[in-house]
Design a protein around this ligand. Structure first.
Ligand code: NAD
Length: 444
């Protein structure tokens, strides 16, 4: 199949490269000329495991091209995927569809009858209808519009794309279904289930999935707070409930609150959709509040570990990206934490294995170390914010020797409290039993 991918970010680039790897011919289009020039020269705009090799091998085989010229990508495509950003609109949290609609107006000039336009971006219910209207306004006829939301996770994006739990296709006509089935055929051979639904249903399915995962995270975070108050251990509670197949073990890790480019904006957009039709979504609304509060509260945990105040203290921070294996800093829990530390007079020295460059743009007031030990050196407290694998096996004796204050605040429960104590560290985890943990502030 000949495919155009409009928007070459996390989703567009990974999807485009994977489609090419299935054997399709893919043209990735982006407005960002520097990004396209970089990709042509083999320079990845994002850090994603395995991506560089996948892009290079498919580009060398002539199946994957990069251009800023929309006409070239769209003119002979059988399917045009839209994978541009849909950020939260400032002020109201509504999904900002400017990039999507601009892309549709632009592609309308070049698209041929019989082509299928597919939204891969996460878009509110009814966006496909609006895209159809815009195409009509632009005089385009004979083009189908389908929804194919993407469920990949940054950090495991290629594996997720190639081995998805399911593929959701919202298509109102046979042509769109046929083209999407053909595009994903290599995955059906691996028995990935394809769910064909109405377009609106597919659009909503993506929001419902992200909202549910956000609920799960906020749920276990509140249970962690309860554990701290009643001297129970959230790790064991999570395991105890997660082994129940009806619940499942994933997304039950207590921590500093969810971040990233999806959950925060998608939960807000779901609430906007619900408000627009006057339907209550109390669970998701509360989840958003719980998570926002939690991200703000993390500084209190550090202050508590330091005896009440962070002023004048040196804080080492391990991990800044919103999760491991990505350089994505969007809505990362590290941002409100580090900003609050700096505002309250702490000096912060952070280390992240790959997100330094992105972090420098959003956290200009901190110093950066070149490894975990550098961040610990001379610090009053070391705070684990993102659970990169390389932070899971630190030499705790060495860390204790480098720290000025022997305090470890482990916001991801990476370490066994007993092991940390053995190394001479005062350990503060999340939702751990009091006997092993030095506890959380009463407010948290
Ligand atoms: P991104 O910001 O990384 O990439 C978007 C790209 O689109 C940018 O490179 C931008 O220059 C380009 N663009 C914008 N307008 C354009 C136009 N008119 N023509 C050509 N290029 C244009 O965004 P992302 O993280 O890849 O997310 C894209 C969509 O996928 C969003 O709706 C997001 O919610 C959804 N999504 C993201 C993830 C994820 O993990 N990042 C997962 C699933 C779904």
């Amino acid at each position: 199949m000949r495919i155009a991918m409009i928007g070459t970010g996390y989703v567009g680039l990974v999807s485009g490269a994977c489609f090419a790897d299935f054997g399709h011919r893919v043209v990735c289009v982006d407005k960002d000329a520097a990004k396209i020039e970089g990709l042509k020269a083999g320079v990845m705009p994002i850090w994603e495991p395995g991506l560089e090799a996948l892009v290079k091998s498919n580009a060398e085989r002539g199946r994957l091209e990069f251009t800023t010229d929309l006409a070239r990508g769209v003119a002979d495509a059988e399917a045009v995927f839209i994978a541009v950003g849909t950020p939260a609109r400032r002020g109201d949290g509504h999904a900002d569809l400017t990039f999507v609609f601009d892309a549709v107006r632009e592609l309308a000039k070049f698209i041929k009858p019989g082509t299928v336009v597919v939204t891969k971006s996460t878009v509110p219910v009814g966006t496909g209808d609006r895209i159809e209207e815009i195409l009509r306004e632009e005089g385009v006829e004979g083009v189908s519009v389908a929804s194919n939301p993407e469920f990949l996770r940054e950090g495991a994006a290629i594996a997720d794309f190639k081995h998805p739990d399911r593929i959701v296709v919202g298509a109102e006509d046979g042509r769109a279904q046929e083209v999407l089935r053909e595009i994903y055929r290599p995955l059906f051979l691996n028995r990935a289930p394809i769910l064909i639904t109405g377009r609106r249903t597919a659009e909503l399915t993506k929001y419902a999935a992200n909202a549910f995962l956000a609920v799960k995270i906020s749920f276990i975070n509140e249970i962690a707070d309860l554990c701290e108050a009643v001297d129970a251990d959230v790790q064991d509670v999570a395991r105890g409930i997660g082994l129940d197949n009806r619940i499942g073990p994933k997304f039950l890790h207590a921590g500093p609150g969810y971040g990233g480019s999806c959950f925060p904006k998608d939960t807000l957009a779901l609430l906007q959709t619900a408000d627009a039709v006057g339907v209550a979504q109390r669970i998701v609304r509360t989840t958003v509040e719980v998570n926002d509060d939690r991200k703000q509260q993390m500084v209190e945990r550090v202050a508590h570990a330091l005896g009440g105040s962070v002023a004048g203290k040196r804080v080492g921070v391990l991990g800044l990206a919103f999760k491991p294996n990505t350089d994505d800093m969007r809505e990362a829990p590290s941002i409100p934490l580090v900003n609050a530390l700096v505002e309250r007079g702490a000096e912060v020295c952070a280390f992240d294995p790959v997100a330094r460059h992105q972090a420098e743009q959003v956290l200009p007031r901190i110093a950066f170390a070149t490894d975990a030990y550098g961040a610990a050196d001379g610090a009053d407290v070391l705070v684990i914010v993102t659970e990169w694998d390389e932070f899971r096996a630190l030499d705790l004796d060495r860390i204790a020797g480098l720290l000025r204050g022997k305090i470890l605040v482990d916001l991801r429960n990476v370490y066994d409290p007993a092991e940390a104590s053995q190394a001479g560290l005062l350990y503060y985890g999340i939702g751990r039993a009091r006997s092993e943990n030095h506890g959380a502030p009463a407010a948290a």
